[in-house]
Design a protein around this ligand. Structure first.
Ligand SMILES: Cc1cc2nc3c(=O)[nH]c(=O)nc-3n(C[C@H](O)[C@H](O)[C@H](O)COP(=O)(O)OP(=O)(O)OC[C@H]3O[C@@H](n4cnc5c(N)ncnc54)[C@H](O)[C@@H]3O)c2cc1C
Length: 408
């Protein structure tokens, strides 16, 4: 066992929630450790969608100019093919957002950016290759974290532990926090296909029994092929040739690059979950981001809700942490603020799942008809601004109000 450490806040997990919260608390002058189990942030096909709500936060932090210098693709209009009919369902240009586009950027660029910018705050330390293994308890309260780094076991004491360790959180079962499963009818297969000069704004493609989303990433297509829940083994059993044929059938534009999908190792399964914690806290412990509520990929909101949780946490708790150990009521104020946007967003995802995705995945040969609400939105441009606002800015957007210390 290595010598222990003591900090004001220990954050478990260096994803969007953990890195943003670390940045904000370091900026406020709070001694903060972020533990990330991987040696780097490089993981393919994690959430790459930086929405206007997150761009607004970067703006409020004075980081937006440098951030937008990182390579990214912009998406402003969300369109889809419903059984051959093209419809526009959201126009972010009409959303009223200051930065009215979704920036597609590899998540590792986003996280590396936050880590690099955070280095100006001496109170913030990010420990890579450091995995939290359990919580430290005293008199029924969480007082720190047990972790493992490259040199062995380590104990970190903290006034507050924040679990940002994602949908497979080890912290929440350690804290015996119950998860309410909402369920999802689908899983998603992610893959990349090489792209020539062709370009297409179409985003979702829905035909009888099939659904796919294609994202134009400049030099390649990022593709999300939607399958019925638990059917991955059945899809695999039909063989990679049959899978490639299904993909080309749905999106002929991918024909020239489909050879990039050589085998199943080029296809990544996302097991879709929608769930949320009933209680986000124990004394000394708070869960946020996917650790508190896993989101469906519908709308690409997971990263952005995680960032919003982090901003709310810093706004509500930075001053309390300056003074010592926040009470559980202080911590629960974060749930009270963020549970409503989480529930409303998950409810909308369930509506899309039940009314579009389940329908699309039903085996059948009848051509898919666009749902009435999609036709109405397509016909009325200001409604496209409304759907875009919900998606891009979200319910109850957070603004940075946490204090700032002088950079070292
Ligand atoms: C394949 C895939 C595609 C997705 N696509 C999108 C998308 O297009 N748009 C979107 O918005 N969302 C998408 N999501 C969801 C999105 O990535 C998450 O909602 C978002 O990243 C949540 O952020 P988070 O910080 O709460 O958790 P995570 O991003 O899951 O981060 C958790 C971090 O904690 C670390 N960690 C875990 N356990 C420990 C431990 N014990 N000790 C230390 N560190 C630990 C992990 O390594 C990870 O870095 C996708 C997810 C997947 C898996």
């Amino acid at each position: 066992m290595q010598a222990g450490r003591k900090v004001q806040c220990c954050i478990v997990g260096g994803g969007p929630a953990g890195m943003m919260l670390g940045y904000l608390l370091g900026r406020a002058g709070i001694e903060t450790l972020v533990l990330e189990k991987h040696a780097d942030f490089f993981r393919d096909f994690r959430g790459d969608t930086v929405h206007p709500s997150t761009l607004q936060v970067m703006d409020e932090l004075g980081l937006i100019d440098d951030f937008l210098k990182l390579p990214h693709d912009k998406l402003q209009r969300l369109e889809g093919y419903f059984g051959g009919t093209a419809l526009r369902i959201a126009d972010i240009g009409r959303s009223g957002a200051k930065h009215p586009f979704i920036a597609f950027m590899p998540q590792w660029d986003f996280l590396n950016f936050l880590r690099d910018k955070g280095q100006r705050y001496p109170q913030l330390k990010v420990l890579m290759s450091t995995e939290a293994t359990d919580l430290l308890w005293s008199d029924g309260a969480v007082v720190g974290v047990k972790a493992q780094d490259t040199e062995g076991a380590i104990e970190i004491k903290a006034d507050l532990v924040v679990a940002c360790d994602g949908r497979h959180s080890v912290v929440r079962p350690s804290a015996k926090l119950d998860v309410e499963e909402i369920g999802a009818p689908m899983d998603v297969l992610w893959f990349r296909v090489g792209k020539g000069v062709e370009t297409e704004s179409v985003f979702a493609r829905i035909e009888a029994g099939k659904m796919m989303v294609t994202l134009d990433r400049g030099s390649y297509w990022q593709c999300a092929y939607v399958i019925a829940k638990g059917q991955y083994d059945a899809v695999k059993a039909r063989g990679i040739e049959a899978f490639r044929a299904d993909v080309m059938d749905l999106a002929p534009i991918l024909k020239s690059g489909i050879g990039d999908v050589k085998g199943w190792e080029d296809v990544k399964l996302l097991t879709v979950a929608i769930n949320r914690l009933k209680r986000w806290t124990r004394p000394g412990l708070l869960c946020i981001g996917d650790a508190a509520h896993a989101m469906s990929p519908v709308g690409g909101v997971g990263v952005n809700l995680a960032v919003q949780d982090a901003v709310a946490t810093a706004n509500l708790l930075a001053d309390k942490l300056m003074k010592g150990r926040p009470s559980e009521d202080d911590l629960d104020a974060v749930r009270q603020r963020r549970e409503f946007p989480t529930r409303v967003t998950q409810a909308m995802q369930v509506i899309v799942q039940n009314n579009i995705i389940s329908l699309a995945l039903k085996p059948g040969t009848q051509p898919i008809k666009p749902p009435m609400f999609a036709r109405i939105i397509n016909a009325i441009p200001w409604l496209q601004g409304l759907t875009a606002r919900f998606l891009a800015v979200g319910i109850r957007p957070e603004h940075v109000q946490s204090p700032t210390s002088t950079p070292g």
